[in-house]
Design a protein around this ligand. Structure first.
Ligand code: GRF
Length: 331
């Protein structure tokens, strides 16, 4: 009895919706189920199937209704209840799994590369499968800080992702550039910011007191171009990660950022490029790898075209990888 509300609560948290929306979604599922059953019955009678009809034909009709009819009815009911965006996301996942192309999606042939599967810090809480309730149902969200100095498209993707998953809170944005686009995003989102000074970052307290007093648990680099000082790495062991727009260990290191990376990749005639999410150590783009995904490079592709594909990969995977790390699910 008690398990039921807990399971529903977990589902609600997973979907990142409030209670009212959760109830509406459940109604949509219930109405779709009943409607599909009713329509299947009507079609069965219309084509003249009876209990004497060969069982395979009856089952094939039911299966077709379940696979195709259900999806169409689900989206229609969702539309009537104002829940189309939620269910369209849901359908997209199903279509992707079935290998069906989705209209309007950027087509990227992408494969996860075999990567260092674990790292000590993944098991830092020694949470085993099924016990991620501690992370998701805790009263207090896990506070993360984003370090970014560019346009902030990744920061935007992360903020949007966790808005629907309130067990993680983007609590602080740190930049070394006062004009960085990411600071405008922070202002619009009401997220506190710190514009850091070189001297204090590298030779002072590295802003550790600000991070600690802000209860920051994870530091997420998204377009932050300075090295991270040793003191900061020691203060957040295994809790600082970065994303790089290439398949490290190639095309990384000092000076390899933004368009320089994509230009170098194209100039070298590579047939694929991708993203690497990795732990941060004191060297540029050097720590243990957590996750990689790649896309093919078509003949004649320009660095600008490649940059767009890489950005799609970044936005698709970075927030999800962050979530999995925080929930302590292996990669
Ligand atoms: C991204 O390409 C990321 O991989 C790199 O810096 C870039 C930041 O872009 N570390 P944005 O500011 O998030 O758009």
């Amino acid at each position: 009895m008690i398990l039921q509300p807990i399971m529903l609560k977990r589902l609600q948290t997973k979907w990142g919706v409030n209670t009212t929306q959760f109830i509406i979604i459940m109604c949509v599922f219930a109405i779709t189920g009943t409607t599909t059953a009713w329509i299947t019955k009507v079609i069965t009678e219309w084509v003249g199937f009876t209990s004497d009809t060969y069982w395979l034909w009856r089952w094939m009709l039911r299966l077709a209704m379940l696979i195709f009819g259900y999806q169409v009815i689900l989206l229609s009911v969702a539309f009537l209840f104002g829940q189309f965006p939620f269910f369209w996301q849901y359908e997209k996942k199903i279509l992707k799994r079935m290998g069906i192309p989705i209209p309007g999606e950027v087509k990227i042939s992408e494969t996860k590369l075999p990567i260092a599967k674990t790292h000590d810090s993944i098991n830092v809480h020694e949470i085993t499968a099924g016990s991620d309730l501690r992370a998701t149902d805790a009263q207090e969200p896990v506070y993360i800080a984003l370090f970014a100095s560019g346009a902030g498209s990744n920061a935007r993707a992360i903020i949007d992702y966790f808005r629907k998953r309130p067990f993680v809170k983007v609590a602080l944005i740190i930049s070394n550039k006062p004009q960085a686009g990411v600071l405008d995003i922070a202002t619009k989102e009401n997220i506190p910011t710190i514009t850091i000074a070189k001297e204090r970052f590298f030779k002072g307290d590295s802003y550790i007191p600000d991070l600690k007093s802000g209860k920051i648990q994870w530091i997420i680099l998204a377009g932050f171009l300075w090295k991270v000082p040793a003191a900061l790495i020691e203060a957040f062991p295994g809790k600082i990660i970065n994303i790089h727009p290439a398949l490290l260990p190639n095309y990384g290191g000092k000076g390899m950022y933004g368009h320089f990376v994509h230009e170098a990749v194209i100039a070298a005639g590579e047939q694929k490029s991708g993203i690497t999410i990795h732990y941060v150590d004191e060297l540029f783009d050097h720590g243990a790898h957590i996750f990689q995904a790649y896309c093919d490079i078509e003949p004649g592709e320009t660095p600008e075209m490649l940059a767009k594909k890489i950005q799609v990969l970044e936005h698709r995977h970075y927030p999800e990888v962050i979530e999995r790390l925080i929930k302590n699910e292996g990669m």
